[in-house]
Design a protein around this ligand. Structure first.
Ligand SMILES: Cc1cc2nc3c(=O)[nH]c(=O)nc-3n(C[C@H](O)[C@H](O)[C@H](O)COP(=O)(O)OP(=O)(O)OC[C@H]3O[C@@H](n4cnc5c(N)ncnc54)[C@H](O)[C@@H]3O)c2cc1C
Length: 431
């Protein structure tokens, strides 16, 4: 029994862990770069709002959330922060992610192939038979999970970017990221406010050492600093012909539009600035930021990312439409970017891939569960133009709208027990 997970970000990690915990003998995780973490390497806001806490409790009761419980929470730099626009925020140290993820994968006895890129997929009667890696290896498996993210690399950057090739994707020597059946399915893309494909990210990293001493002290002791954008400094990205911002997301709150938020995520501040400058030259005109450099890793002058270009159509069981043994996870499966939602979608895809391996029908999570309701809600959104303009998050507002918001931990655990789903992501599947 063998499962192959492609993509070593938060969702791929989570899928591989759950598949292994459910008793699949051989689980292999393939990552095209030399580093695990994907976009999580530059994210840093681990939790925010009571919706997050509710989702985390539920996923833990289901036996999942290992990306949080084993990797992210132990490296939190600040917890329960009230940052403008982000209440109850938990920040984590992004510099420790790769090493911790790798150790955890080795200890879990999951095979890890680094610097191996899937370039071709062999399909027979709606089933993936094998994948071909750039190194020439062919790998067969019973089930595959596509957790390759939703960017298209240099092509997407040339079409929608402004010159930055999004260094988070690591050196171009590794080639562009690509999903398992991207060329064979009708991919879905997020839409900006004008209905154009692809949306720009709203954050970038600055090394704390390059801030003024006063600002360094402020972010390290308070966890964050918050700077009003002076009137003479205008947003400096010409988005006229390029991808714009999501029109409906947490990042379009006025507070994020008119201010720059600097959050301490261990060695770097994560800068969240929706309509604020993204170029170092503009930022350097602001007090405290005179000597800054943008690092993602050291990209120098441009803070920009294009996201949401290559989402796979799927059902509510995380199975890619048209394929029997291909599941998808993370931002490959939706335009919900929040790390917590992404990692738990990985848990769910790993679980259903394991069920398929054991000859069981994949499960659709009950809509009485917060994550079950959210998974199907997002699936509806990616099917319409208006839905693709949103960047959904499993926050209190959304969960309340879906009638599944619960705050009390015991009530959340009871709900999972009542549905007979306690610990399902973390126990041997019995047939
Ligand atoms: C700048 C920025 C800041 C962010 N900040 C936050 C934040 O503060 N809080 C938050 O909650 N979320 C944040 N996000 C969003 C969050 O980080 C992402 O949604 C999440 O990390 C995506 O995880 P993933 O596993 O789905 O995909 P990814 O992280 O994109 O992982 C996909 C992996 O697949 C690999 N891959 C691709 N193609 C292949 C192939 N053919 N063969 C092998 N491997 C392949 C890639 O190299 C990559 O490692 C941020 C995103 C960005 C860009």
């Amino acid at each position: 029994m063998k499962i192959v997970v492609v993509g070593g970000g938060a969702s791929g990690f989570s899928a591989a862990k759950v598949a292994k915990n459910c008793g699949v003998e051989e689980v292999t995780l393939i990552e095209r770069t030399d580093t695990l973490g994907g976009w999580a390497l530059v994210s840093g806001i681990g939790l925010c709002g009571s919706g997050s806490f509710s989702i985390l409790q539920e996923a833990t009761a289901l036996g999942g959330a290992s990306f949080y419980n084993e990797i992210v929470l132990p490296i939190a730099t600040h917890s329960e922060l009230m940052m403008p626009g982000f209440d109850r925020a938990m920040l984590f140290n992004v510099t420790k992610l790769d090493a911790r993820m790798k150790r955890n994968i080795y200890e879990s006895k999951i095979n890890l192939f680094l610097e191996e890129k899937v370039i071709k997929t062999e399909i027979y009667e709606n089933k993936i038979k094998s994948i071909l890696l750039e190194s020439g290896k062919t790998i067969e498996a019973d089930v595959f999970i596509d957790a390759t993210g939703s960017v298209t690399g240099l092509d997407g950057c040339e079409d929608y970017g402004v010159g930055c090739v999004e260094c988070i994707q690591r050196c171009m020597r590794f080639g562009d990221p690509k999903g398992l059946v991207d060329e064979k399915i009708k991919l879905i893309s997020s839409l900006d406010a004008n209905g154009n494909k692809g949306v720009t990210g709203t954050s970038y990293l600055i090394p704390i050492a390059s801030l003024s001493l006063k600002l360094q002290k402020q972010v390290q002791s308070n966890g964050f600093a918050y700077i009003e954008v002076p009137e003479n400094i205008k947003p400096d990205i010409n988005r006229g012909k390029k991808a714009g911002s999501h029109s409906m997301s947490i990042m379009s709150q006025p507070i994020i539009k008119n201010n720059i938020l600097l959050a301490d995520i261990g060695g770097f501040v994560k800068v969240t600035a929706n309509a604020a400058p993204r170029y170092a030259n503009s930022l350097r005109q602001i007090e405290g930021l005179e000597d800054i450099v943008i690092s993602q890793p050291l990209s120098g002058h441009k803070g920009h990312a294009v996201e949401g270009l290559a989402i796979a159509p799927r059902d509510n069981k995380m199975r890619v439409e048209g394929y029997k043994n291909l599941f998808c996870a993370g931002i490959k499966s939706s335009h919900s970017l929040f790390l917590l939602d992404v990692s738990i979608s990985g848990d769910f895809a790993g679980y259903n891939a394991a069920r398929y391996c054991f000859g069981l029908e994949p499960l659709e999570l009950s809509k009485n569960l917060a994550f079950g309701a959210f998974t199907s809600y997002v699936n509806e959104l990616i099917k319409s133009e208006d839905g693709l303009k949103k960047s959904p998050q499993a926050d209190k507002k959304t969960l309340t709208k879906l009638n599944v918001f619960k705050e009390d931990k015991n009530e959340i655990i009871e709900n999972v027990k009542k549905l007979n789903l306690e610990n399902i992501f973390n126990k041997q599947i019995v047939v």
